[in-house]
Ligand binder design. Structure first.
Ligand SMILES: *Cc1c(COP(=O)(O)O)cnc(C)c1O
Length: 351
């Protein structure tokens, strides 16, 4: 039998448990579907879709809507099937054999996973024990590895910490290639690196519909960056990679900006309440600028607490065996009812 590429043997997949539970707080999705009007508008447009034709290869209407949302030029927008595919396209274009990416751990596991799948070396830098970026370490890694791509995740998954503007500017001065700021949780944070995107600056900012826009099911993400870079990514993407349904759904979703901003504000308020309640329990909790919170039970092993939560039909992310995250769990902010259920179950689990 044919065997896969030998370098793939080193990889294990990235999976979140998909089990049926009453309270699912493990993948940082939005707690509700998009507003009702969205589903109706989408159904109406589907009735006139030309199913026998290939979709608009340049997804012009979607691109224009995303650009208008951010106040940029459509030529600065590249979209794909989830921001993970945006990251993969970046690795295909700028990584590959003989090239490397830099990541600073702990961070989003998919950055190094996608790099390796595209045969790109991964240079790993360490964060401080408090999960902060260490600019000396950034300088060391970029000097030694000369990475084609440097990944930052802000707010960082799974820690929730946000990089401030001075830090992103400092990293930008350091990197020899392109700096990718993954802002999957950007709407929950106090500032965005989007403000730093310019034509002759090697910076792209990635966003997703999976979290704020309540559209994880649609698989749609994008980046904002220099036009020259977007043109290169357009050449790497497969023809017609964005299907017609997704192009319509992504465009219509942006009509509900006010509703989604209100939901984001609610989640940010719920996050503050969650952190406060966790602070009263025997756990270490890290401040978060995202729609999730990282915490570590102090009196019982993280694994045992995770299992006890699951036994009570509450699913959170078990990071307890991940490198540098010994004993940690990550909980997504859900509806007030879900958050109450989580805290009640956690009180039992910590006993
Ligand atoms: C959830 C998440 C994504 C989103 O990926 P999609 O492919 O758009 O669903 C990207 N980056 C980070 C850091 C995430 O946590």
């Amino acid at each position: 039998m044919i065997t896969p590429r030998p370098d793939l043997a080193l990889l294990t997949g990235y999976h979140s448990a998909q089990v049926s539970v009453a309270v699912r707080l493990n993948t940082n999705e939005a707690p509700e579907s998009p507003p009702r009007g969205f589903a109706d508008a989408l159904a109406a447009e589907m009735a006139t879709l030309e199913w026998h034709r290939y979709p608009d290869r340049s997804y012009t209407a979607l691109r224009t809507a995303i650009a208008a949302y951010h106040g940029v030029d459509p030529a600065q927008v590249f979209a794909a099937n989830g921001s993970n595919e945006v990251l993969q396209t970046l690795c295909l274009a700028y990584g590959g054999p003989g090239r490397s990416v830099a990541v600073f751990e702990p961070t989003y596991a998919l950055h190094s996973h996608i790099a390796r799948i595209t045969s790109t070396e991964v240079a790993i830098g360490e964060r401080t024990t408090e999960f902060a970026l260490d600019l000396g370490e950034v300088a060391r890694v970029t000097r030694e590895a000369q990475p084609a791509i440097t990944f930052l995740c802000s707010p960082n998954n799974p820690t929730g910490m946000v990089e401030d503007e001075a830090t992103v500017r400092a990293v930008l001065r350091e990197v020899p290639g392109v700096l990718v700021v993954d802002e999957a949780y950007g709407q929950f944070a106090p500032w965005s690196a989007l403000a730093l995107v310019e034509e002759d600056v090697p910076l792209v900012v990635t966003r997703t519909y999976s979290k704020t826009w309540s559209m994880a099911a649609a698989r749609l993400g994008y980046l904002i960056g220099p036009r020259s870079l977007v043109r290169q990514l357009d050449q790497v993407a497969l023809p017609y990679h964005l299907d017609a349904v997704k192009q319509v759904a992504g465009r219509l979703a942006l009509d509900y900006r006010d509703a989604m901003e209100a939901r984001t504000a609610t989640l940010v308020a719920e996050r503050a309440a969650m952190v406060e309640r966790l602070t009263d329990l025997p756990v270490t909790v890290w401040p978060s600028a995202a729609n999730f919170v990282l915490f570590r039970p102090e009196a019982r092993p993280g694994d045992a607490v995770w299992q006890s939560l699951l036994d009570q039909s509450v699913l959170v992310r078990n990071c307890s065996s991940w490198p540098r995250l010994d004993g940690c769990l990550r909980v997504t902010i859900g509806t007030p009812v879900e958050n109450d259920a989580f805290i009640a179950a956690l009180e039992v689990a910590l006993r």
